[in-house]
Design a binder for this molecule. Structure first.
Ligand code: PLP
Length: 453
């Protein structure tokens, strides 16, 4: 597999060309990578009008993932989620498209929905997994779709997050079959699962019937922060104005351009480009080995007495609900996420033997964990008073969250990570939501000024 973006940058670095263009560092080292950090000079292509080396590299990625079209982002899934909603809405001028969405949506979904003035019907999971988890079953989706159609509405898309921040995975195959039976699209926030296509048994959303999905390459692949993919699946051809590869690619670019900077990072583009080589030559073996080692590690952790959540293969998620003994805290390692109930560790093939050993040592050689009973945090039900868009655009004030019951949320109220809002813009804050905000140490909330929608 060739690496046209990286090769161009290396040639340019060697050429000694006078850099009479942006960026201002002119290739001189401060951090280290400046000599490869360029702008859209001649021959370097242009991310949102790509027809040269970037387009070639994206086509390589598309071939590797088996998509109809794949477009790069240098601004993460945050950009791709918003673009995905635009693609689903179909650029057809429809006002206020209806979206069915799992409630654990990342805040980028909120901004995308506000842009489209989408109406959102929330779907709730059957198990209580706090703020991050919301596993929607095909059966639950079917009844939500039936209800929408009974009311004479055709949703532009169904939106789920899988894997979520804890590593919970949805039955994407089952959900896509239901969505397609009802003539709508399945959109997957796969920010945490870029690697899933390269497992021995591929389980990437594209492999399982999803129509459009986004992957944060930087979360689980060797890519610089911000590197992400927006994929359109082969099965989507013929729907939503997406006729063929060219059309899917053009529309994906158009949607990404709405939300992207006109100065994308060539360093991130080059790392996405080089990642293609990694995916072709190394990813499968490296993942096979890492997954095997993680399976063994999880077994040891379970034997040591910890409860572990079933997750996507690269996460180790401790279920600490009801833990009576001390929460594990090692000084030489850093977890990805801890919210008082779950602790998440993320691995890839770039973790060393020492990393595995440190986690094993932390969890398997200390005091044996003891669990008692626990009370579930409530999952606050949405009570929309106005639309997400009106909520976000309204005049707002910041008040203590403990005093916010009954007020209407203006900006999304989140702690980051996981950046999953407790209350969404335009919704009335419930007593349950106040309890959850207290739990997540969210001390203030933005509400509509006079409390009316
Ligand atoms: C589920 C989920 N979706 C989307 C995002 C946004 O991804 P990015 O950081 O690549 O913009 C995140 C970030 O953590 C996430 O956890």
């Amino acid at each position: 597999m060739n690496t046209p973006v990286y090769d161009f940058l290396k040639e340019y670095e060697k050429s000694g060309t006078a850099r009479l263009h942006m960026p201002g560092h002119k290739g001189r080292m401060m951090l280290g990578p400046e000599s490869l950090d360029i702008t859209e000079i001649r021959g370097a292509d242009s991310l949102y009008e790509a027809c040269g080396i970037i387009a070639e590299s994206e086509e390589n990625a598309s071939t590797l993932f088996g998509s109809l079209a794949t477009a790069y982002s240098t601004e993460g899934s945050t950009q791709c989620v918003k673009a995905m909603l635009c693609l689903a809405a179909g650029f057809n001028g429809q006002e206020g498209p209806l979206l069915l969405a799992a409630r654990n949506a990342h805040k980028s979904f909120v901004y995308g929905a506000a842009f489209l003035d989408a109406r959102v019907r929330w779907l709730y999971g059957e198990e209580n997994m706090g703020l991050c988890g919301c596993r929607i079953t095909p059966k639950a989706l079917e009844s939500a779709l039936k209800e929408a159609y009974r009311a004479g509405e055709k949703p532009a898309g169904v939106y789920v997050t899988s894997p979520d921040y804890l590593g919970n995975m949805c039955d994407i195959k089952g959900l896509s079959e239901v969505a397609h039976r009802y003539g709508t699209l399945l959109l997957v926030d796969n920010a945490h699962g870029a690697y899933l296509h390269f497992l021995e048994k591929p389980v990437h959303p594209l492999d399982l019937g999803a129509d459009i999905c986004c992957d944060s390459a930087h979360k689980t692949l060797p890519v610089l922060t911000g590197g992400a993919y927006l994929h359109v699946s082969k099965g989507t051809a013929g729907r939503q104005g997406i006729q063929n590869r060219e059309e899917a690619y053009r529309l994906a670019k158009q949607a990404l351009a709405v939300f992207g900077s006109t100065s994308p990072s060539y360093l991130t583009l080059a790392s996405l480009d080089l990642c293609n080589e990694y995916l072709e030559n190394k990813a499968k073996d490296e993942l096979k080995d890492t997954v095997k080692r993680l399976d063994a590690l999880r077994e040891s952790i379970k034997e040591a007495g910890y409860r572990i959540l079933p997750t996507d293969p690269l996460k180790v998620t401790l279920d600490l609900r009801g833990l009576k003994t001390a929460v594990p805290a090692g000084k030489d390692l850093e977890y990805e996420f801890y919210d008082g109930e779950f602790m998440v560790f993320m691995f890839t093939g770039n973790n060393t033997e020492r990393d595995f050993a440190l986690l094993k040592n932390l969890l398997c050689s200390g005091e044996r964990p003891q669990y008692g009973t626990f009370e579930h945090l409530p999952v606050p039900a949405a009570k929309a008073v106005t639309t997400i868009r009106k909520g976000i655009l309204a005049q707002s004030e910041r008040i203590p969250s403990k005093d916010s019951a009954g007020r209407i949320c203006a900006a999304p109220t989140v702690s980051c990570p996981p950046a999953v809002p407790v209350v969404f813009p335009g919704e009335e804050v419930s007593a349950d939501a106040v309890a959850v905000m207290q739990k997540y140490n969210i001390e203030t909330i933005s509400v509509i000024k006079d409390g009316r929608g």
